[in-house]
Design a protein around this ligand. Structure first.
Ligand SMILES: Nc1ncnc2c1ncn2[C@@H]1O[C@H](COP(=O)(O)OP(=O)(O)OP(=O)(O)O)[C@@H](O)[C@H]1O
Ligand SMILES: [Mg+2]
Length: 440
């Protein structure tokens, strides 16, 4: 959390830009039959991007970009980060009355010219860099933008994606996609704290996490407690399904502008056996220094008491559990684990938590507040709907109540009305009860 590596972007981008300038000049010389020490622009070595760990270098390494791909990427980037880079060169060639390659607003053609000159065979070869399965396009690093679709791909402008540009300037990372190698998914919410109804005790504990997110850094680095206490903050959220655990995690991220990544441990355990350690490492490495909140869902899948290692789910070796414990412990950010079954968790593991927060079934007062906040302002309840009575009578979680709200609202819309009707609400409740094997 201390030195965000985006600070190093400037250094690495400067090296990359200087390289692009050399590539441009060399191509120009080659094109005009002028003397140069290279026979091809790719003989100019690309910067090693060593010395520090910038987000730019991470993308280059993470995507395993080749020199050709790097030329295209930096060509697309330069008008946005160093628009004057080629000014003196352009002046020089203008004075010589040579035709200027389209350098100010780079297109696919510009890139092909830089890489292949007018060697047709090579130009065709490099077309692949702009096809949908090329890494640059697939990872949405750049997009060839065609203003006029009647014109071909050659004239498409090279535009860096907003994410990539933001990443290299402000340091916000292009979020990795969920995959077998990266079994974590960014989660967000449109909701606000005011939408979340929690008992006072739970809310007070959630406040403590907020305080840590706000002041943890000062405590560790300015007040110097880094030497004396573990750097991160680990919380366990436990309680029945649908009581607001995931919502709380996303709201914490939203509050502080941090990305929240959810790792479903039951999936990690069942699908990635053997690969788990490697995949977990990827997640922690990616989260390292990037201020991500890591949210491990279904935590019991991994942390069952070690004495009970018998069922299929527990094919996890102690070594893997130990690895995860170790990474969780040394992670400098916030790690949240959620479970429906706290009883299953290893006690040695529980001791490592700074807080354990219970998310109980809502009381009838809480249920009433969830009902009251739930419906859209555009809808109205018919007279026969009595929310107090619904709250009193039906023991539902926040998630179930919201399912009923959705069902009854959709039924109203389907009737071409904005009036929420009691029978639909009851039907919705019945559906929720049935899911849990209960009867109304
Ligand atoms: N306490 C609550 N107050 C208001 N809304 C709630 C509450 N709990 C759940 N909800 C609603 O239900 C949705 C789902 O809840 P959420 O995913 O946070 O539950 P969860 O505790 O993570 O469940 P699970 O254990 O099944 O993962 C929320 O996005 C919200 O709309
Ligand atoms: Mg959840």
């Amino acid at each position: 959390m201390v030195d965000l590596d985006y600070k190093y972007n400037a250094r690495h981008l400067a090296e990359e830009l200087a390289w692009l300038k050399e590539v441009v000049k060399t191509r120009y010389m080659l094109h005009h039959g002028k003397k140069t020490s290279c026979r091809d622009v790719l003989e100019i070595p690309s910067p090693s991007l060593n010395g520090c760990n910038s987000l730019y270098s991470e993308v280059v390494r993470g995507c395993r970009l080749t020199a050709e791909e790097r030329v295209v990427l930096i060509l697309a980037l330069y008008p946005h980060i160093a628009p004057n880079l080629l000014d003196s060169f352009l002046k020089e060639i203008a004075a010589e009355k040579e035709d200027t390659p389209m350098l100010q607003t780079p297109t696919v053609d510009t890139a092909l010219f830089l890489l292949a000159g007018d060697n047709l065979e090579k130009r065709f070869y490099y077309y692949r860099l702009f096809e949908p399965d090329s890494i640059l396009i697939r990872e949405e690093l750049i997009t060839p933008e065609q203003d006029d679709t009647t014109k071909g791909l050659l004239e498409a402008r090279l535009v860096p994606s907003k994410d990539v540009l933001a990443l290299f300037t402000t340091g916000r990372l292009h979020p990795p996609r969920y995959s077998h190698e990266f079994p974590a998914q960014r989660i967000t919410t449109e909701l606000e704290w005011k939408d979340l109804v929690l008992p006072a005790r739970t809310r007070a504990q959630v406040e403590e996490i907020k305080i840590w997110l706000k002041h943890g850094r000062t405590l560790l680095y300015e007040w110097g407690l880094k030497k004396k206490i573990a750097p991160g903050y680990r919380c366990l959220l436990y309680g029945p399904p649908g009581t607001g655990k995931t919502l709380t995690a996303t709201l914490l991220g939203k509050d502080r502008g941090l990305d929240v990544y959810r790792i479903d441990l039951s999936l990690v355990v069942s699908k990635f056996i053997g690969e788990t350690e490697k995949n977990l490492k990827k997640i922690f490495d990616a989260a390292h220094n990037r201020d991500w909140i890591l949210f491990f869902d279904e935590a019991d899948a991994l942390f069952t008491k070690r004495t009970e290692v018998q069922t299929a789910h527990d094919r996890f070796s102690n070594q893997e559990v130990a690895y995860l414990l170790h990474r969780v412990e040394e992670h400098t950010g916030l790690v949240i684990l959620a479970t429906n079954r706290k009883g299953n968790l290893d006690e040695a593991f529980l001791r490592r938590f700074q807080c354990m927060i219970e998310f109980p079934m809502p009381t009838k007062e809480e249920r009433l507040r969830i009902w009251q906040k739930g419906f859209s302002e555009k809808s109205v309840l018919e007279k026969a709907v009595n929310l107090e009575e619904l709250a009193e009578r039906y023991e539902l979680t926040g998630a179930s109540i919201m399912n009923v709200v959705r069902y009854a609202s959709l039924m109203a819309l389907n009737e071409g009305s904005n009036v929420i009707r009691a029978p639909h609400i009851l039907k919705g409740i019945e559906k929720e009860y049935t899911k849990e094997g209960r009867t109304i």
